[in-house]
Design a protein around this ligand. Structure first.
Ligand code: FES
Length: 164
């Protein structure tokens, strides 16, 4: 069995390839079999931090920055295709790029719909003290995840890295 048939690369959801990554040169990451299913790891190229995750639908590479307020998702938890952010508990489905749980701070989803600050089941959300910080939370948009193409060559996983 070849490495290529052992390790699956997930397809990138339509329209969610990171800017410049579609035509970028590939760089080696690590041995394609190094990351077990359910594991994820940060890899860095210059000032670009990427998260490589071996999800239940295959390997993906995305920015290692939460689409909410940029926390490193590599410190979060991966469960199947779902990655949870360590900072405000936002959760993203890596098979679609969509947020599946809004951050506890609330804000705008990818389509621009407003979500309030998190509250326990059956309770009203605590009112945000008015001011510029509340406004910043309210207007922070949680984008969809952006992806970087992956491939396997000579047993190595490679990722497309846009040049500065
Ligand atoms: S930074 Fe990830 S949920 Fe806020």
């Amino acid at each position: 069995m070849t490495v290529e048939s052992e390790v699956r690369i997930a397809s990138i959801p339509r329209g969610l390839t990171a800017i410049g990554a579609g035509s970028a040169p590939f760089e080696p990451v690590f041995a394609a079999t190094e990351l077990a299913q359910g594991e994820m790891r940060r890899v860095t190229f210059g000032d670009l931090d990427l998260l490589v995750a071996n999800t239940s639908i295959g390997m993906v590479a995305i920015d290692d920055r939460c689409p909410h307020m940029s926390a490193p998702l590599s410190l979060g938890e991966l469960d199947g295709c779902l990655v949870a952010c360590p900072l405000h508990s936002g959760q993203f489905d890596l098979s679609t790029g969509n947020p599946t749980r809004m951050p506890t701070t609330g804000g705008l989803d990818a389509d621009g719909n407003y979500h309030p600050v998190w509250a326990p089941e059956g309770r009203e959300p605590k009112p945000d003290p008015p001011g510029v910080k509340a406004e910043a939370r309210r207007l922070t948009r949680v984008r969809r995840v952006r992806y970087y193409p992956l491939r396997i060559r000579d047993g190595l996983l490679e990722v497309a890295v846009p040049r500065g």
